[in-house]
Ligand binder design. Structure first.
Ligand code: ZN
Length: 459
């Protein structure tokens, strides 16, 4: 039998840039195709050539639509990849929203750099454009969960629900001669939380030979604290002192979960009935997808409709700016979730220097992002070239994360029928991956390895 190798082209000892190359008998399959985000050194990696030419990759598989897993697809296609992108229906639907938006942001950044001469390159070029992203969508093939099919010689794939966000899956890659699949490699993707109010539980692991598991929350626990209780307390006290609550939120998944909690808190009259605005075109699109497809989560169609009705959708940039012209207490949910760009920036500029207000982050803030700096207690924050003093109350609803914590991952690993021959730990900062590795060795006795960037391993 031919040798099989796995090469880690991203998300190795860091949380972004997920890209793993599986090679077997001259066939190359790329599992996830994400952008690096956060620290500048990481972002620069988006510009360096892959060690394999995109035209030599035969197919791509996406576990889910988050940009750190899908955002490199338009560039891969632009640089010559002509194969199929395999992903669940939900992931395909979300990529239709997220990838063109990502292209739009790259174009806008390049414009901005050109206008203010930020870049060493003249003219500064976008990594890819909105048009590139739209074109790449033509290569997507939607899959149903739990279907398994040959996509390349001796390579069969299939998807299983992972919770996390709409359409998120673990991807199973089976390798071997026809009708005799000998090696099962499971890519966890991002593992969601068990018993989430909205998303389904991660599907049991079954029997696999090689596992690649994420470790975003390795060494950490979401604790028993309930997001709902903290939201209730924070919203009541903030609005009580005449302030507003500004929530930088990931547009997909998190925004809908926040709206779910707000609906419950309002229904039960635990928080005052102050207006809620969903101010992100992408979060609005994602919410509509969520409302229309009740098979993607476990709320009823009626509940999903009520969740979306809790917020007023803010479509245009003018409406968005108008939100800041009155000082009535309000809740604004806007993107991006780590305050790295998007409409949230002008809300932060307006609200962060007033101690009556609260900035409520809604999950993981990657190193180097504006969100991480504010959470770390920065006295001032630079937005659109201006330094603004931080006076608002700052908190993070860390427990709202769409990722399972360490206990959650271990709970998922206990659903496997057998210890994999080897477990690779990726998608985590180095200390998180190390902590999860120790826990796996101690609790389960499994053999683990934390791959380095570009490390290639025969499995
Ligand atoms: Zn994700």
């Amino acid at each position: 039998m031919n040798k099989t190798s796995i090469t880690f082209l991203g998300a190795a000892r860091t949380v972004t840039g997920s890209k793993t190359l599986v090679q077997h008998g001259g066939v190359r399959l790329l599992v996830d195709c994400g952008l690096f985000q956060g620290l500048k050194d990481l972002r620069l990696l988006n510009w360096s050539a892959l060690p394999v030419h995109p035209k030599d990759i035969d197919a791509a598989v996406l576990t889910h639509a988050h940009i750190d897993h899908s955002g490199y697809i338009p560039l891969l296609v632009k640089n010559g990849f002509s194969g199929t992108v395999h992903a669940t229906q939900g992931t395909c639907d979300l990529c239709e929203i997220l990838l063109p938006d990502s292209g739009f942001l790259h174009e806008r950044d390049a414009d901005f750099a050109n206008r203010y001469k930020f870049s060493k390159h003249t003219p500064a070029l976008p990594l890819y454009t909105q048009e590139d992203a739209k074109k790449s969508l033509e290569q997507f093939r939607p899959w149903q969960m739990h279907t398994y099919e040959n996509i390349l010689p001796n390579i069969k794939i299939g998807f299983r629900p992972a919770g996390h966000i709409l359409g998120a899956a673990s991807a199973l890659v089976e390798i071997g001669e026809e009708k005799n699949y000998k090696k099962k490699i499971l890519f966890s993707g991002d593992i969601g939380r068990f018993d989430d109010p909205v998303m389904v539980n991660p599907y049991p692991g079954g029997r696999v030979d090689v596992l690649v598991v994420e470790s975003t929350y390795g060494g950490r626990s979401h604790n028993g604290t309930s997001a709902e209780d903290i939201m209730a307390e924070t919203i009541s006290t903030t609005s009580g002192r005449g302030g507003s609550i500004i929530i930088p939120s990931f547009a997909v998944g998190r925004a809908q979960l926040l709206m779910y909690f707000l609906m419950k808190l309002k229904d039960e009259k635990i928080i005052p009935d102050i207006p809620v605005f969903l101010d992100s075109p992408m979060a609005i699109d994602a919410s509509e997808l969520f409302r229309r497809n009740s098979e993607l989560h476990h709320l009823s169609a009626d509940e999903a409709k009520r969740v979306c009705a809790v917020a007023k959708y803010v479509h245009s940039a003018e409406e968005s700016k108008a939100l800041n012209t009155n000082s009535m207490p309000k809740i604004i949910i806007s993107a991006s979730g780590m305050a790295t760009g998007g409409r949230i920036l002008h809300h932060l500029k307006h609200y962060i220097d007033d101690e009556r207000n609260t900035i409520m982050f809604a999950g993981y803030q990657a190193e180097g992002t504006r969100g991480a700096k504010i959470l770390a207690g920065a006295k001032s924050v630079k937005i659109h070239g201006r330094n603004i003093v931080v006076r608002a109350q700052i908190l993070n609803l860390d427990m709202l994360s769409a990722h399972g914590d360490e206990d959650g991952i271990i709970r998922w690993l206990k659903t496997f029928d057998n210890p994999p021959k080897i477990t690779f730990i990726n998608h985590g900062e180095e200390d998180a991956s190390t902590a999860l590795g120790e826990r796996i060795k101690n609790d389960l006795g499994w053999k683990c390895h934390i791959p380095k960037y570009l490390e290639k391993i025969v499995v």
